[in-house]
Design a protein around this ligand. Structure first.
Ligand code: HEM
Length: 447
């Protein structure tokens, strides 16, 4: 097959050029959507440590080693910026979100945002979510074909309304806001990237307008009173050097954080449910542990859910909700001895490492035991397991996500048993974030 260079390496630099295929971009994107793990694996066989793939009319450099992922995420040379890459993918819908900021500006905003994720706030959110989630999971429908993705999506949305917004919205209004979010998220991976009526892109722009109007409308009340929800916390958050957010900042960060929190947690829950349905012995072990622990999770008991923890980590490895960290080179630089020209798009793709047979034993097998202290396969390299990213943009909500996910799963295990038919294997839709095409219909039975 014909290999094509991304750009010739400067003479005398000692660097090698990055190679990709001569295939048309649409073909590459379709292959990626169809089976990203297979595509990435075959790239490693063909190109070794690094390659580029074509998507959305651009070329994305993909490091194929954990060292390469680490270099991009840690960005010690400050050679990569997030905004020009994430901005291209999701900018019109999530502009001025924290992930779309770089360097000093990012640091300034992150220091204020961090105030909403201190231990004290995290403990407060965890305590507040216990009764709400227990009651919500108790209302799951039972039957032979319950689409678990939809159920988890509804629960995580209700959680967002309660814990993030602190608002008691009528169902129709909650659905309208949820729809607007979904439209914004789906628009990012749209192949047509213009405001043409009827396209995902134009629905995303309309969704953004709905969200802005919604948040500006509720903002004065949140500024006026201090309540424990994230919305109010952001209105009053102050960094140690006394900086606060403007109204515009609060609205932009709320829209981004809600997006960052919602589908990611839903996908993780769905993936855990899928593997526990296909591996009932793990479901049984997790249930036994849940029964041995108090029905309400507290900050101090969170660490005792070791089985759920291993299942969650393995699920995040096998189906990573945020497939890659998008960046753009703002100067000529290098990765693993290869020349990366200024302006190149770069993506550190988690599944590259999550399915690398040099880092994991039998990587395609669901095996939560690999995270046990004795085996610690995730410690083979700092970036062997990277579902929450790394460096300055590392997920700010990773503790929140784990609390939410464990609380929902703990309640589910105590109340229900679920299964999928013998031989069932899900098919993922990778055109947005990776979700099962059939929404995971499962048999859910009350215990
Ligand atoms: C299992 C669930 C989650 C996963 C897998 C996940 C994954 C990620 C990843 C990979 C990034 C880094 C992207 C990059 O560097 O390009 C990120 C950033 C971020 N996440 Fe999460 N996330 C999850 C849940 C959450 C939750 C619950 C929240 C909020 C409560 C949240 C808020 C954020 C924010 C604000 C950023 C941007 C941080 C920055 O740019 O400084 N995430 N997340």
């Amino acid at each position: 097959m014909r290999h094509v260079q991304l750009a010739p390496a400067p003479a005398g630099s000692g660097l090698k050029p990055i190679q990709g295929t001569g295939h048309p971009g649409v073909l590459e994107l379709l292959r990626f959507f169809r089976d990203p793990v297979k595509m990435v694996g075959s790239r490693r066989e063909e190109f070794g440590d690094i390659t580029y793939i074509k998507a959305f009319g651009l070329k994305f450099v993909i490091p194929l080693t954990p060292d390469g992922s680490q270099l991009v995420a840690m960005n010690r040379q400050k050679a990569f910026a997030a905004e020009p890459a994430w901005g291209f993918l999701i900018g019109p819908f999530f502009r001025r979100g924290i992930l779309l900021m770089d360097f000093e500006e990012h640091r300034h905003h992150r220091l204020i945002l961090q105030q909403a994720f201190t231990n004290t706030h995290i403990k407060g959110y965890l305590q507040d979510m216990q009764p709400m989630l227990a009651e919500r999971v108790a209302r799951f429908p039972v039957g032979d074909s319950i689409r678990l993705l939809d159920e988890f999506k509804a629960v995580t949305l209700d959680l967002a309304l309660a814990i993030f917004l602190g608002l008691d919205l009528p169902r129709a209004e909650a659905d309208r806001i949820n729809r607007a979010f979904i439209d914004c998220v789906n628009a990012g991976m749209s192949i047509v990237r213009k405001d043409i009526p009827g396209t995902k892109w134009s629905r995303g722009l309309a969704g953004r307008a709905v969200l802005e109007e919604f948040f500006y409308r509720h903002l004065p009340a949140k500024r006026a009173a201090q309540t424990p929800d994230l919305f109010s916390v952001l209105c009053h958050a102050q960094s140690e050097d006394g900086h606060t957010f403007t109204d515009e900042d609060v609205v932009n960060h709320m829209i981004f954080v809600l997006m960052a929190a919602h589908d990611t947690s839903t996908i993780t829950l769905t993936t855990m449910a899928y593997y526990m349905a296909r591996h009932p012995e793990w479901q049984r072990r997790a249930r036994e542990q849940s029964r041995s622990l108090p029905p309400e999770i507290s900050y101090d008991t969170l660490g005792e859910f070791t089985i759920l923890d291993a299942i969650m980590k393995e699920s995040l490895r096998l189906n990573t909700p945020v497939p890659g960290l998008a960046r753009r080179a703002i100067e000529d630089t290098e990765i693993d001895g290869h020349f990366v020209p200024k302006g190149a798009y770069v993506s550190a793709i988690a599944m590259v490492n999550h399915h690398n047979p040099a880092l994991w034993s039998d990587p395609e097998t669901f095996d939560p035991g690999r995270f046990s202290p004795e085996r610690s396969e995730d410690k083979s390299h700092r970036y062997a397991w990277m579902p929450f990213g790394g460096g300055v943009h590392k997920c700010i909500g990773l503790y929140f996500a784990q609390m939410e996910i464990k609380t929902i799963m703990h309640n589910l295990l105590l109340r229900y048993e679920w299964s999928v038919p013998e031989g069932y294997h899900w098919k993922l839709d990778n055109t947005t974030l990776p979700v099962p095409k059939d929404h995971l219909p499962a048999r859910l039975r009350a215990l």
